[in-house]
Design a protein around this ligand. Sequence first.
Ligand code: BES
Ligand code: ZN
Length: 838
Amino acid sequence: MKNVPRLLEQFTPKHYDLFLAPDREASVFNGKVVVTADIPKPTTAVKLHAKGLNIKAAIINGQPVGSSLAEKNDELTLTAKEKLRGKAIIEIEFAGKITEHMHGIYPCNFELNGKKKQLLATQFESHHAREVFPCIDEPAAKATFDLTLTTPVGETVLANTPPRSQKKIGDSVVTSFETTPIMSTYLLAFVYGEMRSKEKKAKSGVLVRAWAIPDKVSQVDFALDCAVKILEHFEDYFRIPFPLPRCDFVALPDFASGAMENWGLITFREVALLVDEKNTSLDTKQEVVRVIGHELAHQWFGNLVTMEWWDDLWLNEGFASWIEAFAVDLLFPEWRPWENFVSTRYMSALSLDALEHTHPVQVPVPDPEEIRTIFDSISYNKGSSVIRMLHAYLGPEDFQKGLTHYLKQHSYKNTTTNDLWSALEQTSGKPVRKFMSVWTEQPGFPVVTVAPRQEQIELEQTRYFINPRVQKKKRDATVWPVPLRVNGDDILFDKKKGALSKPDSLTALNTGATGLYLLNFGDTLDGLAVRLPENQLERWTLLHNSFQLAKGSFLSTDKALDLLSRYSQEDNLIVWELISSQIGHMVRVFEDKEIRRAFRKLSVRLARKQLDRLGWDPKKDEDHFDQLLRPLILGLAAFGREETVIADGLRRFEAAKSPSDIDADLRSVVFSIAARHGEESSAYRKLLGWYRSARSAEDREILGGALTDFKQPELVEKSLALITTKDVRLQDIGQWVSGSFANRHAKQATWLWLKKNWSWVEDKLGQDMMMSYFPIFVGRTFATQEMLKEYDAFFSKRKTPGLARGIAQGRETLEWQMLWRERDIESVQRWLGLSPLY
Ligand code: BES
Ligand code: ZN
């Protein structure tokens, strides 16, 4: 394995004076950087990172030097005639290109009063600063920055810090920004163009502003309110003032990920920040709070204290992904964000980490190309789930104290996972490292078998692999410290086998779904199913565990179905999310007409009670969860071909002159009913028309989803063809492709499309993390031997460092789904034929 050479050791930057003059029309920029640095060992050659730059001149300590830019490892070597050592001042003039790829400096396109407009924005994480200026582009290479930007007159210019001075020169304005704090290159940012903002002050005096393109500024109020409240709370919780005088939140029309925590200049895709009370669904609104909480937390955890290297990326992302729920809980406790956490992050951690081709939370990153592949479910979801387990283990006070200690001790510096454990150990006096190291250093998680005896329960843990072929070939002797709750007491089960005195409740062993493991109750499940637990998270866990066990051949699928059939009285949102996703998954994997028909019936029967209760029409001032549950139940009923639901959906679709005539929470069900059951060509035309004229990013997402949901082959093709046109923004390609794969009428065509357009996709998304999900989209869509062969034939030649892990994960998913199908299809058929319902 090769290793990314670290450049910091031979050249330590202290300060950058960076001058940039982008030219929007020509899509290029000119720049000059003056780096004050230390060269610790005598040498004639120093290396910096640079990528795709045209180096025009380089000077070290006043003397011109030679330069050569190598593609390999993005290294710019400067060679002096005489040996250099100690303090050095390096000046480099360069030029670069502005491309649409949404990293480095990139354009965001929008229209204002019918005119085409463009913002220019930056995205430097993980290692794109080097595409804009020569630098040591490593998180540990912290320095201060003085940025000077030349931009057209009349535009708003934002950067990490407030402007120090502005000078008008001809048609341009030259803005010099105040010196930044000591920070990593990946956090540097600027945005300029036509934008408008609203602002508020936090109690501590920090100015908070929320920005959008001019005609969307009316949609920033909700975000602004949340941002101020969360910022105030974090100042209090971390016990460290916000490190800058001002914090900007900017909604960008084009954006690669969801949001980015640039210090003092947080950028978002529009759906993640803008809320328009009439046109934003509650679900999206919830996301907005969560994303703001996440990025604001990074301002301390990540920006003030930063991981030493990308192998500890999880520190950043795992922590922020945990505390986002904490932040939502503070503003909207009635939303019960920890349930949402279980249904999203926790569940997805258990799903990816069940593969042989998972990786430990702390993961070596030997190749720079691999950096982007670790912004994955393990770093975010297992990372945050592990933090949640630790928070429960330490209790809120010790956790908070340790955190403050950690942040204060390492402010403006870099850390490893170990530093966090040390701080928490110091303040709590508990063996944090001992508890956590297995969870973060080893891949996977255990399944704990619980066998009740007379007075006791016997316990045994083994690593859970969802793929039976892996179970056969792989021995994993890892023993995890498993937190169990026994009659109100916390116990750590940290042996392979053991016994406990019998608890009052078996389903409460993993209460709150806090522990990252599965419980296998064996035959005891039958008894537990008869009287479902009263606690919703215990009901969730029981059902979730049973399906995971069935998929991994620890339990026959009929048993999981027996359990499922007892959930018709269910009223909890996340349990319904689970029911609906499991039915969807089975229909996809078993792919059989009879099975599908039987699942349709089962869905309606299960959903009946909630359907009758909720109906189509939102009630005034209704419960948060009812509002979210309604579209889910209607969707399940529509899948079940419940005639009145379909008729009502179609009626709403036909009556609507524009999307805003339909309640924001119901748009997505109505559109998908229209796609599946409407008069196809007129429905398609209407949806496409709305898509093309959609002003809201959320509407565009939902309409895009509906356009990939048609069953007629010619419409499937039509939508696939749209992906490569201007109709689909680069930032939305992933959603279109995964949406199209999720449509069973489109999946084969999508596979052909992907193979045919692979080099186009690579060209558009090759540098983006989205790319590594593509093989996973394919893998989870299919479950047959034949497709496994096709998968291998196509992907075995494409295992680049950036794709290899995704390819292995996609393949493994396809394989275990195939084995599940082969093993249980008949018993599922039989079960559905009898299909009891309690
Ligand atoms: N630091 C990331 C953004 C990022 C991701 C940059 C990948 C470069 C590569 C940011 O903090 C983040 O995690 N954003 C999330 C949204 C968040 C609410 C989970 C995202 O973009 O998905
Ligand atoms: Zn993050």
